[in-house]
Structures are given as structure tokens and as C-alpha cells.
Write a protein that binds this ligand. Structure first.
Ligand SMILES: Nc1ncnc2c1ncn2[C@@H]1O[C@H](COP(=O)(O)OP(=O)(O)O)[C@@H](O)[C@H]1O
Ligand SMILES: [Mg+2]
Length: 246
């Protein structure tokens, strides 16, 4: 069993899209996967067609109750979220073991899955730290645009800190470009900045800009269900293969 967190404190870079489609790609390979929606915006939950969840991650975080799990299909489950999670960092901020809450919650159920994929909120606060403490691997989607590298040092900083304080085995499994536009060449500067930070962990696969990915999310499906022939499906399939080989 492996826990992978998708982290980037910028919003809109493709964390949620990647979480669901990497999970679906792993399911295609025969693995049993649990998705954890750790963002109060609940885009992952809604993007899988689940509406109005009363019992989400919030209650488990704050009261320690068992994780609520919803079955998507026979390979994929999700821990849903909802807007009430927005205040959770404040509520747990004075707890003694506030960084290890998610790790402990997942310990109880982890043996039922091959992979647990955690979709993080667009911040490097306590929830993302919880996701990093719980995980073995981090995947970092970066939007292929001019300022892609701005703020990257904060992500690397927090990963290093979590590694030192809580989780020695934590590693950056891969950094990959999302919303990649083949016609717009990324400047040498961006590529070399990212190479400097991440070196070998830069993935070969780039996720191209593909409207089917946004449409799939709106129709409550993963990209393989929505359009298995789309560039989005091809790219996420390639990314999953690369993740499995690494
Ligand atoms: N490769 C892509 N091509 C086109 N649209 C994308 C792509 N990746 C993500 N999107 C869209 O961009 C928006 C932000 O993506 P999302 O995965 O929600 O980012 P994050 O979780 O990092 O905030 C969503 O509307 C999503 O459908
Ligand atoms: Mg998101």
C-alpha cells in the first residue's frame, strides 16, 4: 500500500484533475484505490458526481470518527469533503498531535487499498502538512506557464521540513507539467529553474491542455470513462505508467 499526496499551493494547476485521473489510471491497472478529498472546495467529491455530503472528512478530523467512505465503483472509493472543512485548520491548531491526524485516520483502513491518493487544498497549511505526514510520495503538478516556478521553493521547503520532523521516508516522486500547450514553447528559463529544483524527479509525461478533462469533471466522470481516446486520457495513462515504473 502506498499513499501519494498531490501538492501545490497554487490553485487551478490540476491537482484535483490529476488526483481523479491518476486514481482511475491505477484502477485500470487493476489496483484498488482510495481517493481522499482534503479540500473544503470539494471539487474532487463533486467531480465524481457526489453531491451534498453530510458526513465528510471534517467530522473525522475534528471528532476522530471513522472515515466516511463512498464507493465509486468496484476499484475506487472516496472519502468525500464539504465546505464545513474550511474552518478545520483553526479547530485543530491547538491540538498536540495536529500534524498526524490524517495519518492516524488512514492507518485503520490502509490495508484495504493498493493506493491512497490525497488531493490537497491550495495552501501549505496544516491540512497539506497532514497529507505530507501521511504520505510516502508527493506528486507536484505545475502549470506550464511563465511563472510556473514562482513559489516552488516554498513547496520544497515544507516537504523538507516534514521529512525532518515527521516522515523520513517522504520523497518527491515526480513533478509534471499540466495544461501544457505544445504550440507555446516553455522558455529555457522556466525549464532550467524547475530542473534545478527537481532534477531527476521531473516526469517525462506532460499533461496537455485538453477540454475533455474539464468536461469529464463537469459530468462527474474520470477521463477514461468520459473519453478514453482523448489526449487527456492518453496523457494520464502515460503518466500512470511512468509513476508505476519509477
Ligand atoms: N490539462 C487540462 N486541460 C484543460 N483543463 C484542465 C486541465 N487540467 C485541469 N483543467 C481544468 O482547470 C481547472 C482547475 O483544475 P483543478 O484540477 O481543479 O486544479 P486544482 O485542484 O489545482 O485547483 C478545472 O476546471 C479543470 O477542469
Ligand atoms: Mg483542487
Amino acid at each position: 500500500m502506498k499513499i501519494i499526496s498531490l501538492v501545490n499551493h497554487k490553485g487551478g494547476v490540476g491537482k484535483t484533475t490529476s488526483a481523479v485521473n491518476i486514481a482511475a489510471g491505477l484502477c485500470e491497472n487493476g489496483f484498488k484505490v482510495l481517493l481522499v478529498d482534503a479540500d473544503a472546495q470539494a471539487n474532487l467529491t463533486k467531480g465524481l458526481g457526489i453531491l451534498e455530503q453530510k458526513e465528510g472528512l471534517y467530522k473525522s478530523f475534528v471528532k476522530g470518527s471513522k472515515l466516511p467512505i463512498i464507493r465509486i465503483n468496484n476499484k475506487m472509493d472516496i472519502v468525500p469533503n464539504s465546505i464545513e472543512f474550511a474552518g478545520v485548520e483553526l479547530e485543530i491548531s491547538s491540538r498536540l498531535a495536529r500534524e498526524t491526524i490524517l495519518k492516524k485516520l488512514l492507518e485503520g483502513i490502509s490495508k484495504e487499498y493498493d493506493y491512497i491518493i490525497i488531493d490537497c487544498p491550495p495552501s501549505l497549511g496544516l491540512v497539506t502538512i497532514n497529507a505530507l505526514v501521511a504520505a510516502e510520495d508527493v506528486l507536484i503538478p505545475v502549470e506550464a506557464e511563465y511563472y510556473a516556478y514562482v513559489g516552488i521553493n516554498s513547496i520544497v521547503g515544507i516537504i523538507n521540513e516534514v521529512r525532518q520532523q515527521f516522515n523520513k521516508q517522504l520523497r518527491i516522486k515526480g513533478v509534471f507539467y499540466t495544461k501544457y500547450n505544445e504550440k507555446r514553447v516553455l522558455t529555457k528559463e522556466i525549464k532550467s529553474m524547475l530542473m534545478k529544483y527537481f532534477g531527476e524527479t521531473m516526469m517525462q509525461t506532460k499533461i496537455r491542455m485538453n477540454v475533455a478533462l474539464a468536461e469529464a469533471q463537469l459530468s462527474g466522470k474520470d477521463i477514461f470513462e468520459y473519453n478514453a481516446e482523448s489526449n487527456g486520457a492518453k496523457d494520464y495513462r502515460a503518466l500512470v505508467n511512468e509513476i508505476l515504473k519509477k
